[in-house]
Design a protein around this ligand. Structure first.
Ligand code: NAD
Ligand code: TYD
Length: 332
């Protein structure tokens, strides 16, 4: 039986990852370590409460004593835990440094001490910075431009250094923008869907022509499993959906699906240091045999539908801590 330690497994991608893994594999156990920050939410894991293969632990990846004990018992470590929202990193970078960099260091140290089979560092396509030309390949220089992406770049390269220096069996993934169920409603798609459902304005930063490459979260999760099985140690792999869209295109899809008026669109002040376009070349993982399964057109419609069907999930978030943050930023 493979013993997984998944960190950040109460967040958006981590919770999808744990559910997907337990659905696919019978003979696994998952220890799910999460600090339950504003973004961590046990509602994301409700349906796994009675699965004896899943053990939730509330804790911090920066807690060396706790991590030492958990990594000692693990075969595979998948590190999703991070502060993940660019706007928050611009407002207050502190937690990004302590979790995204120092936390990764604590995990890597424990992996070095105890030895694990695989250590997956979940990095991001944002570490490359912006491109208006060719899509980034894995050995392009890193030019992160927000405190979020810079902290992720720090962890990404630290993980690599533990492979080169100490032979820790590291694989690093750089995925593009995920969408799907259980995404915290501060990110573009869930924010706009839930706002539109309540006839609230959709705050479009700048001219709205910023481009992201969108991938369904389950395609990302499957790619991580694919790399655990087939990836080469010490390597970086881009993971992308091949669906580059402007924010205005995404907004139009949401308004149309929900039957809401264009007048909800509100152009607001641009994000500081806003990256114009993220784009990754996925030839390296494609050559190993992986490609995304979800078709964007139907997957985005299904995702919007999920938020329509699961008001209970996001209303709890928006009515509590989230509201304070939202008011501070958007005055609504
Ligand atoms: P998220 O914010 O929804 O989830 C992050 C989780 O980490 C939360 O449950 C939070 O409680 C937990 N966490 C935060 N600090 C912690 C700490 N110190 N110790 C333990 N747990 C802690 O983020 P997400 O969108 O699910 O992203 C997950 C990972 O994937 C991140 O590493 C992110 O950089 C990366 N990533 C995200 C995307 C995307 O589009 N969302 C794309 C590429 C990579
Ligand atoms: P986001 O979901 O924060 O992801 P990231 O910045 O990590 O790619 O934002 C996606 C894009 O949407 C980005 O160009 C910023 C833009 N955006 C808005 O225009 N308005 C918003 O309220 C938010 C949250 C994002």
């Amino acid at each position: 039986m493979k013993r997984y330690l998944v960190t950040g497994g109460a967040g958006f991608i981590g919770s999808n990852y744990v559910r997907n893994l337990l659905n696919k594999e019978k003979d696994v156990s998952v220890t799910n370590l999460d600090k339950l920050t504003y973004a961590g939410n046990l509602d994301n894991l409700r349906d796994l409460e009675n699965d004896s293969r899943h053990h939730f632990v509330k804790g911090d990846i920066g807690d060396a004593e706790l991590i030492d004990g958990l990594v000692r018992e693990a075969d595979i470590v998948v590190n999703f835990a991070a502060e993940s929202h660019v706007d928050r990193s611009i407002g207050k970078p502190d937690d990004f440094i302590t979790t995204d960099i120092f936390g990764a260091f604590v995990l890597l140290e424990a992996a070095r001490k105890h030895g694990v089979e695989k250590f997956i560092q979940i990095s991001t396509d944002e570490v490359y910075g912006s491109t208006e030309g060719a899509s980034f390949v894995e050995n392009d220089p890193l030019m992160p431009s927000s405190p979020y992406s810079a902290s992720k770049a720090g962890a990404d390269r630290l993980a690599y250094s533990y492979f080169v220096t100490y032979d820790v069996p590291v694989i690093i993934t750089r995925c593009s923008n995920n969408f799907g169920p259980y995404q915290y409603p501060e990110k573009l798609i869930p924010l706009f869907v839930t706002n539109a459902m309540d006839d609230k304005h959709l705050p479009i930063y700048g001219d709205g022509k910023y481009i992201r490459d969108w991938i369904h979260v389950i395609d990302h999760c499957d790619a991580v499993d694919f790399l655990i099985a087939n990836g080469k140690l010490g390597e970086v792999y881009n993971i992308g959906g091949g669906n580059e869209r402007t924010n205005l295109e995404i907004t139009a899809i949401i308004l149309e699906k929900l039957g809401k008026p264009e007048s909800l669109k509100t152009y607001v002040e641009d994000r500081l240091g806003h990256d114009r376009r993220y784009s990754v070349n996925c030839a390296k993982i494609n050559a190993l045999g992986w490609k995304p399964n979800f078709e964007f057109k139907t997957a985005i419609q299904d995702t919007i539908q999920w938020y329509e069907n699961n008001r209970w999930w996001w209303e709890r978030i928006k009515s509590g801590e989230y509201l304070e943050y939202y008011k501070a930023h958007y005055g609504q």
